[in-house]
Ligand binder design. Sequence first.
Ligand code: HEM
Length: 365
Amino acid sequence: TSYDFYTGSHQVGIATPPQRHCIFMTFDLVAGATSKDLQVLLATWSAAIAQLQAGRTVGQMEPISLSAVATDTGEAYGLSTAGLTVTVGLGPGVFDKRLGLAAHRPKLLAPLPALPSESLDPKLTGGDLSVQACADDPQVVYHAIRDLARLGRGVVEVGWTVMGFGRASAGAEQSTPRNLMGYKDGTRNVSTEAQRAEFVWVDDDAAWAAGGTYQVARKIQMDIEIWDSATMQTQHEVFGRTKVAGAPLTGTREFDTPDFHATAGGKPIIDPDSHVALASPENNRGLRILRRGYNFTDGLNEAGQLDAGLLFIAYMNTPEAFIRLQTKMGRSDKLNEYITHVGSGVFFVPPAPKPGHYLAEQLFG
Ligand code: HEM
């Protein structure tokens, strides 16, 4: 599979069925960068991404002149496109006074407020730009990130990154994968175009933003070793689902609809503080977000424990959706005992450019 960068209304990598691997990286504009610098960067990245997604090198990999420096670093040469998608977002800092773009700020783009149950590492927060690269081959993913970082030198410096190694979300017609807690993740997700029209794509903002969306990225650490010593009953109660089948505790099959009113012995079968009870649209006035998460590991932590978790990436037409969910879940989710949010960023993902144009071009008109 290969995805055209100039797809029409939306960037790829959002509605695209999740590929197996993903790297997420943020970038910050260097001090003194101007809107012209940002314009050139977005034009350069757009052209490069179009090449990468088509499986071509970005410029020369082996220049004829031996005194020249190669543009493409080469490690993806000979590999297939592996379904690569590169999705670019703009952080709140792009629209502050510095660059003179404040009048174009997407209406709802602002840094996330402090939320319950997070312990953010300042080194893993924010960002002026985000790049999400996903593909079925980790080397293709890495090459895309590396060559875009290289093209950005002098204008942006790298911020924070998470290297996901396996998908933990499902799109329509995909089997549901498992997160590192061993549970199926992505069973009930935004997966149809009608749902995306309602919950994901922005349609009530300036013309340049139409068809865009907001991206919330969180690096969520799991206390894997504590989780692994929890009893089966506890694990079931935490999610409100069974492990092997991924069924709600009130059903037997994965896609059975959970019944949050069912009781046994006077107690709700699905605990009201379980993850799915707190997150489900039934208990949030119909609210939904598109989750596109990946498992990650950073090896071992300083205490010699397994260091791993979930790279949570979600898309929505208002960041308020995430804020509302996390405000509620951060207070009482049974899952909180086993996870900590350590990284965070919010970005506006502009629509895809038309052929011959580049991302967010109208900002610079
Ligand atoms: C559902 C795991 C963090 C929002 C689920 C499910 C699992 C899961 C196993 C049930 C299967 C499914 O329907 O996909 C996790 C893990 C997390 C995490 C391991 C952290 C490490 C979050 C966060 C949010 C969130 C931070 C949003 C603030 C949701 C939503 C659902 C869901 C909206 C669907 C609920 C439904 O409609 O029934 N998650 N999740 N999750 N999660 Fe999470």
